[in-house]
Write a protein that binds this ligand. Structure first.
Ligand SMILES: *[C@@H]1O[C@H](CO)[C@@H](O)[C@H](O)[C@H]1NC(C)=O
Ligand SMILES: *[C@@H]1O[C@H](CO)[C@@H](O)[C@H](O)[C@H]1NC(C)=O
Ligand SMILES: *[C@@H]1O[C@H](CO)[C@@H](O)[C@H](O)[C@H]1NC(C)=O
Ligand SMILES: *[C@@H]1O[C@H](CO)[C@@H](O)[C@H](O)[C@H]1NC(C)=O
Ligand SMILES: *[C@@H]1O[C@H](CO)[C@@H](O)[C@H](O)[C@H]1NC(C)=O
Ligand SMILES: *[C@@H]1O[C@H](CO)[C@@H](O)[C@H](O)[C@H]1NC(C)=O
Length: 726
């Protein structure tokens, strides 16, 4: 289930911090730390058997996973700038912010300006001083269009200002439109392409922060973004990663650039990003190693090894993207909320590269499990992911690892397809089965009795009652024998050996087994029951209206047509519009054989057939039943000279039975549905009892009303509305 790469690491935490922040210096000296580091960590592991994580850190595999604003082995080292109140140096308020990131001022642009409501200023939380740098202030009437038109010809000072203005203007992800994203991509591209301006650290940091904010914009926005602008930007970022100036490590929450100045010849370089409580990149979670036996005391989130066939002494650069929004594929269309990290590896000179190996922790929660994956890189020609030269491995420990041979500068990713871990419904409890079985018995006896005694009653009532009994009986039998899905996709990864780009991040199974047929039959027979029940109500209504002539002669034919036709039409439409053999879950659920009701976020969705193919018709029928009842009781309570008293009582009883049957039916199947989806043991038992009770009552109720009562020929104590009023 847990596919995270678990690398247990023995280097001391203190050492790593130094190593990380001092990458450039460290590469030149021969490292002699391994042995001492191993010793120190062995020592600490022995004396401290289990850590106590502070500041909401979470212990996982003996390691504290810290929130962004704390760091250290037990999350006890402050990693933020505290809130800054206005003072004589700055009139802005900045909230508590993680080191190395931009804070947006609490103060906003006034309502009459173009950028009304936008943050008025931003300030960088300085890693060295643990406090905010002097704020960048936004001209509240400046737009991204204006900056884009202006930026190419601007002086370096102006560029600095434009870079920070762009960062502020893109700081609210919800406000970004495709047009804004395109503009911001063009601006940052111009800022970062310029060799001279990027020597200025501040411009590069602001630009990278802007890009990080763009990556946090919603997924929908990227479908209509200008792909050329984005393509140019990612290519510029590749070049930027090869410039170790102004800073070898630029890290913002959703993207990072890491450079390694080539000096000593190396055979391998390893880039690792460690896991934090949030998915954000942080400077002290990204490490570059140039020796083999690198181990570290963190949980790896993403790792890339670049191996050279001969000694390599030129520059190497990496770009990390939190997600693949900048790489909109035509062949891979994700439909679940998973994300894919993208790692760009770039060399100043291509010669000598042997292979690139990378691994990324799947970004999936426990509701999903990995089905298959593909190792890919981005083709700027095809504007799509391709797999040429890449192979995939699954290590014995279950991690997914990719390796690509002799590839030049490229953006790599792992495209994963997941299975949803369905919670299949358990076999029906004997209580439920008992309830249903009693109902089946009651209904069958009633139907038989009605047929035998039909002469004394006339055709229409018999037709109605027999149809109700028949449809309910069939429904109960289908329910007992067909509600559980016989074909269960229990997670066992069926990884294919071939490296093929999947169609989507959601692995779909084509339909197998009888589940869809059972669903359609269940839907049909339950709708049938309700339709006939409503027809029964309408019949009583007509009897009352035409109290002299009785039910109109056309009623039985119309009732047959509507009673059987309407459910068939609804089932036909539901199946026709939502069912595909390769994707049966548009129509039914996987957990048990019943209509689909939830969208992929597990929320009830009115576009699903459960709502419009079942709940909606049901509600309409219940409403019409209730309306008839109300109308009827209103009329009947007023003295109607055409009706004698006993006829009135008989009609009243029939009406009440139709109504109470409808309510019972509704209640019982709502309970049945909850019973199937609930996982809670006690609730399941109680609901099972209620379901059984309601069902039994239903069958018995029908039995008493339509079979037993005529025998007894007395008035069973069904409550009446009128008697009380009189
Ligand atoms: C980085 O190295 C320099 C000297 O090489 C040292 O003064 C500094 O403290 C180191 N930085 C950190 C964060 O350890
Ligand atoms: C590493 O080597 C330097 C000299 O090259 C030495 O001064 C230092 O103590 C060594 N460090 C460790 C941890 O062995
Ligand atoms: C803000 O920008 C507008 C138009 O871009 C300009 O006319 C105005 O002078 C600027 N205001 C300040 C205070 O720089
Ligand atoms: C973002 O785009 C919208 C139109 O899509 C535009 O009205 C708005 O001014 C833009 N925002 C900025 C800050 O340029
Ligand atoms: C990304 O956007 C969400 C809201 O859309 C916000 O809550 C979150 O803080 C943002 N993350 C970063 C790193 O800016
Ligand atoms: C990178 O190399 C190290 C050792 O050389 C190895 O432990 C690690 O699994 C490799 N990572 C990947 C992603 O192949």
């Amino acid at each position: 289930m847990d596919y995270s790469l678990l690398l247990l690491i023995f280097t001391s935490a203190v050492f790593e911090k130094t190593w990380c922040l001092n990458t450039t210096e460290s590469t030149t000296s021969t490292p002699n730390y391994s042995i001492s580091a191993t010793f120190s960590s062995l020592y600490t592991t022995v004396t401290v058997p289990s850590l106590v994580c502070e500041n909401k850190g979470i212990l996982q595999d003996g390691i504290c996973i810290c929130p962004d604003d704390w760091t250290g082995t037990t999350c006890n080292i402050q990693n933020f700038c505290p809130e800054q109140k206005p003072s004589h140096t700055s009139k802005f308020t900045f909230p508590k912010t993680v080191l190395g990131q931009f804070a947006s001022s609490v103060e906003r642009c006034p309502p009459e300006t173009t950028n009304a409501g936008m943050h008025q200023a931003s300030a960088l939380c300085n890693i060295a001083t643990h406090s905010f740098d002097s704020p960048n202030i936004l001209n509240c009437s400046l737009t991204l269009d204006a900056i884009n038109a202006w930026v190419s010809g601007a002086t370096p000072e102006q560029k600095q200002n434009l870079a920070s203005s762009t960062q502020i203007l893109t700081s609210i992800p919800e406000r970004l439109t495709p047009h804004n994203i395109t503009n911001a991509a063009k601006i940052t591209n111009i800022l970062l392409s310029d060799q001279q301006t990027t020597q200025t650290t501040d411009i590069a940091i602001s630009a990278v922060a802007t890009i990080s904010q763009l990556l946090n914009a919603s997924h929908e926005m990227y479908s209509s973004v200008d792909h050329t602008a984005i393509s140019e930007l990612t290519q510029t970022l590749q070049k930027l990663s090869l410039r170790e100036k102004p800073n070898p490590l630029l890290v913002q929450p959703k993207m990072a650039v890491q450079s390694l100045k080539g000096q000593t010849p190396i055979r391998q370089v390893q880039l690792t990003s460690f896991k934090g409580l949030n998915d954000n990149f942080l400077p002290d979670r990204i490490k570059l190693h140039i020796t083999e036996a690198e181990v570290s005391k963190h949980i790896v989130d993403l790792q890339m090894n670049v191996t050279f066939s001969e000694d390599f002494d030129k520059d190497i650069g990496f770009v990390l993207y939190d997600n693949d929004q900048f790489f909109q594929s035509k062949s891979f269309k994700p439909s679940l909320d998973t994300k894919r990290r993208v790692i760009s590896a770039n060399l100043q000179e291509n010669s000598g590269i042997d292979q690139v190996q990378f691994a990324v922790t799947p970004s999936a929660d426990s509701t999903m499990s990995l089905n298959d994956f593909a190792c890919v890189f981005w083709s700027y020609d095809k504007q799509d992911w391709i797999t040429d030269g890449c192979t995939k491995n699954k290590s014995p420990s279950g991690h997914v690892v990719c390796s690509c041979k002799k590839l030049k500068n490229a953006n790599f990713a792992i495209l994963m397809a997941f299975d949803i871990n369905y919670q299949y419904s358990e076999a029906l409890h004997w209580i439920s089965i008992t309830g249903c079985a009693l109902s089946v018995v009651g209904l069958s006896v009633t139907a038989l009795y009605q047929i035998i005694t039909r002469k004394s009653r006339g055709g229409t009532p018999t037709l109605l009652v027999v149809n109700i009994c028949l449809s309910m009986t069939v429904f109960y039998l289908l329910f007992i024998f067909g509600i559980n899905n016989p074909v269960q996709h229990v997670n066992g990864t069926k990884m294919s050996g071939e490296n093929i780009v999947p169609e989507s991040d959601h692995h779909k199974y084509s339909d197998q087994g009888p589940c869809t047929a059972f669903t359609a039959l269940l839907q049909f027979f339950l709708l049938l029951t309700f339709t006939w029940n409503t027809l029964y109500g309408i019949n009583v209504f007509l009897l009352f209206k035409n109290s002299v002539s009785g039910t109109p002669p056309w009623f039985p034919q119309v009732a047959m047509a509507v009673g059987w036709g309407l459910p068939a039409v609804i089932v036909g439409i539901s199946l026709g519009s939502t069912y595909r053999v390769e994707e049966p879950l548009g129509y039914r659920q996987e957990e048990f054989c019943w209509l689909a009701s939830l969208d992929h976020k597990q929320k009830f969705n009115i576009k699903k057939p459960m709502f419009w193919g079942f709940v909606l018709p049901l509600l309409l029928m219940l409403i019409s039943n209730t309306a008839i009842l109300l109308h009827f009781s209103y009329k009947i309570c007023r003295t109607n000279p055409n009706l004698n008293k006993s006829r009135k009582t008989s009609l009243k009883k029939k009406m009440m039975s139709s109504f109470s049957l409808a309510v019972m039916l509704g209640l019982s199947w709502v309970t049945g549905y909850i019973l199937l989806i609930t996982q809670e043991k006690n609730l399941k038992f109680i609901l099972g009892l209620v379901f059984c009770l309601l069902n039994t009552t239903q069958g018995v109720q029908i039995f008493i009303l339509f079979a037993l009562r005529p025998f007894l020929n007395s008035n069973p104590a069904i409550l009446t509305l009128c008697v009380r009023q009189k």
